[in-house]
Write a protein that binds this ligand. Structure first.
Ligand code: 5GP
Length: 116
């Protein structure tokens, strides 16, 4: 499957679709998820045109994880979260709905029913 330059995250990265940006650097873009699983659900996007983790360069993969590591404590602080999940899905069968590599940062709260 070829990378579709018209996927929604590619449009957001080009400034053609709106987003709530919380951080950006030369290799990554971080925004709030439009349908948050919990309060503070955030997405780390690579700026590389890659469908899944296996298409992504090592350099871009490293940049995403470094950004997630940098951003997660701030998300936890502003949301008062007790923990945070870093996850990433590859393929529709695994739950991937947008074919542009992104990592989820999902804050978790004590007393929540966690079943993932
Ligand atoms: P996936 O299931 O592909 O790993 O996750 C895609 C995520 O992107 C979902 O959590 C979904 O809510 C989010 N999402 C889909 N479209 C948009 C959008 O246009 N803007 C933002 N901010 N998030 C989106």
């Amino acid at each position: 499957m070829a990378y579709d330059t018209n996927n929604i995250f590619a449009k957001i990265l080009r400034g053609e679709a709106p987003s709530f940006k919380v951080y950006e650097d030369d290799k990554t873009y971080v925004m709030m998820d439009i349908m948050p699983q919990t309060v503070g659900h955030t997405l780390v996007l690579t700026k590389e045109p890659a469908i899944n983790l296996f298409d992504l360069s090592d350099d871009a993969a490293q940049a995403c994880v470094i950004t997630a590591k940098k951003i997660a404590p701030a998300i936890m602080k502003v949301t008062n979260a007790d923990g945070i999940v870093l996850s990433q899905f590859n393929g529709a069968a695994a739950g991937q709905t947008v074919d542009h590599v992104h990592f989820h940062l999902v804050p978790r709260y004590k007393g929540e029913n966690v079943h993932e």
